[in-house]
Design a protein. Structure first.
Ligand code: AHR
Length: 641
């Protein structure tokens, strides 16, 4: 009997403990407080974690042009094979492989390429092999094979070659099995030898050379802005290794190789074979921006090599007096993107297949720079760009940290120089994100706007788990509330190969055949999908919701669609009941609520890609006071008509 009572009592206590006080959020519908820029939520691409070569760029052959410093890196060679560069096929990629008759009839000459962590082969999908060859005598024959990871032949074909001049050959290969770590073998099948260069293999479902599934992962984010090509790789370990966009355009065969700045710099994950083929170059970046409907935002070197790696060593950077070629690169890029087809760089764009301009509106000068070196160099860039292209908006930077002396100095200089936007970076703890939702509430309304160009919640072990995603969702209510100041925001980094990562967390992970979207990806998508056109004031007790009782919120209206979206992050351990009081509105008639909830440590993975996904449910609505219940540790997006 006593035992029974205790149970009843504890149930009552539970009821009292979980009963929630009612909140009331007041949303002013008549006077939007700010316009939301179409660029508000976007994506930031950098070739880190094998994001380009071995990732988004669909090329399956590693070191296809034999230009790595170790010319056969990526290849396993056998027999009578060597490297030459006399009379090359491609001036800027002069090395090629020379295959000759082996020393005995029962021996073979050839080479194998295992791609990037193996080659992902899909049953029934066509793979297009292409190579450039010239024969030493009149004719030669190659044996081309696809093999499984365990060395079983998947398929074999012969490729007949003829002629002593360089020619392009193609061969279609359609495997009958799937293998995540297959490989390619090419061997000489004739007495006479051959020179081979630019050996490429692409899945036939590629989109302009990009992996179809990863392009879809980007498109589904509905980004408003696309920042490329980085990140630190813009700057380079030294200036010789900076990203030079002019090397990334024109025929892919002749784009010179560059070292990837991330090959040795992350001591815990060194990849000496990490290079940039530039097969994914500026033209492809512009095409992708266009496909996604995102404003392109290229970032160029300002003449400073990576300051993390070179600190204040002035000799590592280009002197201001020698900056002109760097400035010319910026001016020429604008011409490449927007110029008339009769201009030099506009002509190249047209020759590459896009006579229409790309409508470039923004350009970033410098990545994550700090100190006096930066404004000294940015100023001449700005003068030249403003003089020739006054409508182009210029993005400067406040450096690598969220606050502090360097940050304050950076902002002071950006104001002095009248940059249009300032790129801020913060990789901080989930606690920091939860505590900083009011970060922009007091930012000056005049002067440069904010581009939150790199951010991510870095929790324990840097996992892409729900705790981080929810902290970002909470913080982003503050970006949205301050859309008059914050005009662009991009999570970073974007991509990561499950075997080739150096930096985490990252938005999208992939292997050679599959990808998965992290909980952070879904938060980004929800903000983009329900971006709205104007911010509305949302308050409780006249204050914005920036973490009171674990609640964060923002409200927007989409004037074109006649819809209201309220985003609520509840980071507390209890369900919260909230009245959304839409002032000056007679009646709402339809509603849906998207709910995103999981345990703090919940993640998606290659094996379980949809373990953590948002769910949408219908809501019965009437009048202008809508009651919603937002569960513990939940991000909710309420959509009302
Ligand atoms: O996103 C990874 C790196 O973080 C970027 O390359 C750099 O800008 C920042 O330090």
């Amino acid at each position: 009997m006593n035992g029974m009572k205790r149970i009843i009592l504890s149930c009552c206590c539970l009821a009292v403990l979980t009963a929630t006080a009612q909140h009331e959020f007041t949303i002013l519908t008549k006077k939007p407080v700010a316009e939301i820029q179409p660029t508000m939520y976007g994506i930031f691409f950098e070739d880190i974690n094998f994001g380009a070569d071995g990732g988004l760029y669909a090329e399956m052959v590693e070191n296809r042009s034999f230009e790595f410093p170790d010319a056969f890196m990526g290849w396993e060679v056998f027999g009578n094979i060597s490297i030459s560069q006399s009379s090359p096929a491609f001036e800027r990629n002069p090395h090629y492989a020379v295959l000759k008759r082996p020393s005995h009839n029962d021996r073979r000459t050839g080479m194998e390429n295992h791609g990037f962590f193996g080659m992902g082969l899909k049953q029934g999908l066509r793979y297009d092999l292409s190579l450039y060859a010239r024969t030493h005598a009149d004719k030669a024959t190659l044996r081309i094979e696809l093999l499984t990871a365990t060395n079983d032949t998947i398929m074999r074909k012969r490729l007949n070659l003829a002629g002593k001049d360089w020619k392009k050959y193609t061969l279609a290969l359609t495997p009958k099995v799937t293998d995540a770590k297959g490989f390619l073998r090419i061997s000489l099948d004739s007495r006479d030898g051959v020179d081979l260069d630019h050996i490429s293999m692409m899945p036939s479902d590629n989109w302009n050379g990009l992996r179809a599934d990863l392009v879809k992962d980007l498109e589904d984010l509905h980004p408003g802005v696309f920042r490329f090509p980085g990140g630190c790789i813009v700057e380079g370990t030294d200036l010789g290794e900076r990203y030079q966009w002019k090397n990334s355009v024109g025929p892919a065969e002749n784009r010179p190789l560059n070292t990837n700045r991330w090959n040795h710099t992350m001591q815990h994950r060194i990849f000496p074979n990490y290079f940039q083929s530039y097969g994914l170059g500026f033209y492809e970046f512009f095409l992708l921006s266009e496909k996604m409907g995102a404003a392109p935002l290229p970032i160029l070197s300002c003449g400073l090599s990576c300051q993390f790696q070179n600190r204040d060593m002035e000799s590592a950077h280009v002197p201001v007096s020698e900056l002109q070629p760097y400035i010319d690169d910026a001016l020429d890029l604008i011409e490449f993107a927007n110029g008339d087809v009769n201009s030099k760089w506009g002509r190249l764009r047209a020759d590459m297949g896009h006579p229409e301009p790309f409508n470039l509106q923004f350009i970033g000068i410098g990545n994550e720079q700090w100190g006096e070196f930066y404004p000294q160099r940015l100023e001449p860039f700005m003068k030249a760009i403003r003089a020739k292209y006054p409508k182009i908006q210029i993005v400067g930077t406040s450096g690598p940290s969220a606050d502090g002396d360097r940050f304050d100095y950076g902002w002071q200089e950006m104001r002095r120089l009248k940059a249009d936007l300032v790129d801020e970076h913060y990789y901080m703890s989930p606690e920091w994100f939860r505590a900083n939702a009011a970060r922009y509430d007091k930012y000056p309304r005049k002067g440069p706007k904010v581009f939150a160009g790199e951010y991510a919640a870095h929790g324990k072990n840097n996992r892409n788990n729900f705790e981080g995603a929810l902290a970002e969702a909470a913080f982003m209510t503050g970006l949205e509330r301050n859309a008059d100041v914050v005009q662009m925001a991009t999570y970073a980094p974007l991509f990561s190969h499950v075997e080739g990562w150096q930096w985490k967390p990252d938005l999208i992970w992939f292997d050679n055949l599959r990808s998965f979207r992290t909980p952070n990806w879904y938060v980004q998508q929800l903000y983009s999908l329900f971006k709205g056109t104007h911010v509305l004031s949302l308050t409780e007790n006249k204050l914005p919701l920036t973490g009171q009782e674990g609640l964060y919120a923002s409200a927007v209206v989409d004037k074109a669609k006649g819809q209201y979206y309220v985003k609520i992050a509840n980071v507390s351990d209890k369900e919260q009941s909230i009245i959304l009081n839409f002032k000056d509105l007679k009646a709402l008639t339809q509603g849906e609520m998207t709910i995103f909830h999981a345990a703090d440590k919940a993640e998606n993975s290659i094996e379980k890609p949809t373990a953590v996904v948002p769910k949408t449910q219908q809501m019965a609505v009437s009048g202008n006071r809508i009651e919603v219940k937002v569960g513990a540790k939940t991000f909710a997006v309420v959509q009302l008509q």
